[in-house]
Design a protein around this ligand. Structure first.
Ligand code: GDP
Length: 387
């Protein structure tokens, strides 16, 4: 009997303590969605938001809080301006085989048909696509005929100009987030096949917006994959952004999207970012799901951007996905992830041509701030491997 009591009493103490802790966790339960409040964000610029100089940092400089007893410290996302320049060496590493190959051929003394074929092959291998590759070769042939091939610096400048034209500097690459009416947030719907980096990209965009002093609400409308909501919530809580999520697996994603937008309106947020599930196996189901999400969002607030997330390493497969989502989701911009993991930066050109919408963001690593607004000149300089 005494033995039983020795075990039973500590067990009861632990259970009672656990139950009372659960009662003091601040959160609001709703019929369909659950709003998970992040730790309170201290004033920007307050010393508490800055990691102490000696704090342990991850590979990208992110603060790793190891002391569970310490109050939660919010991360300060890296400034957005100049991100692509900061990440350019990654682009150069991934893109330089293309830039280097093109320059090596173009600086030869007398360009033969074989040389032009070699150039075209290099472009095709980098996923530029047949149409755009042909255009670039034609433009270069004309210029070489008129100007002749001269010193490497001039050839590089010529190639740079033609690549910039090909990537198209005239496209509007701003991520549209302004809701218009005061008190109405802009809504960004993020779509794409699972595994492309969708949830990660939503988290990274939230950080970009926080870095621009915007208030954000996240909607975890990928209710199919339970871990996706946890993942999103973790991204949000690191920078003080609340996540609206379903209180059970398999809930209606449109209801979560609706609740997220309502929450954004109620709290006067600037932007609501909605993550979705991307199951391509059933195109009709996906079409219905995204259609319903879009309808319920637009009843409450303007859908300012539909961002398609594509994995740059998937080549033709990615192009196929782009086609399907382009048909069903009214895509207005592309976030191209994992450009750090491929030598095929040409996919930027191919996918823009396919969908007729611009690449607006590029993912260049797994670090929390490894997402950059796409800039044509910086991108081309990255591919050519030189500032
Ligand atoms: P989802 O299923 O589309 O939501 O994909 P996730 O956001 O879960 O991402 C899938 C994997 O891709 C994760 O391991 C991410 O860290 C990784 N990932 C996302 N974006 C990038 C990127 O730009 N570069 C690299 N190298 N990995 C990325």
């Amino acid at each position: 009997m005494n033995d039983v009591l020795v075990w039973l009493i500590p067990l009861i103490v632990v259970l009672v303590a656990g139950a009372s802790a659960a009662l003091v966790v601040p959160r609001v339960r709703r019929s369909r969605g659950e709003i998970v409040a992040p730790p309170k964000r201290p004033e920007l610029g307050s010393p508490t938001t800055r990691p102490p100089a000696e704090a342990p940092t991850g590979p990208e400089g992110a603060l790793t809080v190891e002391d569970a007893e310490a109050p939660p410290v919010l991360e300060r996302p890296a400034p957005v301006a100049g991100r692509l320049v900061r990440l350019r060496d990654r682009l150069a590493r991934s893109g330089s085989p293309l830039g280097a190959r093109l320059l090596a051929v173009l600086t030869r003394d007398h360009l033969t048909e074989d040389d032009w074929d070699e150039l075209e092959e290099a472009l095709l291998l980098a996923d530029v696509g047949a149409g755009p590759s042909g255009e670039l070769i034609d433009a270069l042939r004309t210029r070489v005929r008129v100007q002749g091939v001269s010193d490497p610096a001039t050839v590089r400048a010529m190639l740079r100009e033609e690549l910039i034209t090909l990537v198209d500097p005239t496209m509007d690459r701003a991520l549209h987030t302004a809701g218009g009416q005061p008190g109405t947030p802009g809504v960004v719907l993020v779509v794409g096949v699972n595994g492309t980096g969708k949830t990660t990209t939503v988290g990274k965009i939230a950080r970009v917006l926080v870095a621009e002093d915007k208030s954000v609400v996240l909607g975890a409308a990928d209710t199919f994959r339970a871990a996706a909501a946890d993942q999103l919530q973790t991204w949000g809580s690191r920078v003080g952004v609340p996540t609206v999520r379903a209180d059970r697996d398999g809930a209606d994603p449109a209801a979560v999207a609706f609740d997220a937008v309502r929450q954004g309106k109620a709290t006067g947020a600037d932007v609501v970012l909605v993550d979705t599930a991307g199951r391509l196996q059933n195109k009709t189901g996906l079409m219905d799901e995204l259609g319903k999400i879009t309808r319920v969002i637009t009843r409450e607030a303007p859908l300012t951007e539909v961002l398609l997330v594509l994995d740059a390493t998937t080549g033709q497969n990615g192009m196929q996905q782009a086609r399907v989502f382009g048909e069903i989701a009214g895509v207005t911009g592309i976030a191209l992830t994992k450009l750090d993991g491929t030598a095929k930066g040409g996919i930027v050109v191919a996918v823009q041509r396919e969908l007729g919408v611009p690449v607006k963001l590029v993912g260049l690593g797994e670090g929390p701030d490894d997402l950059a607004p796409f800039d044509v000149e910086d991108f081309v300089d990255g591919i050519l491997g030189q500032a």
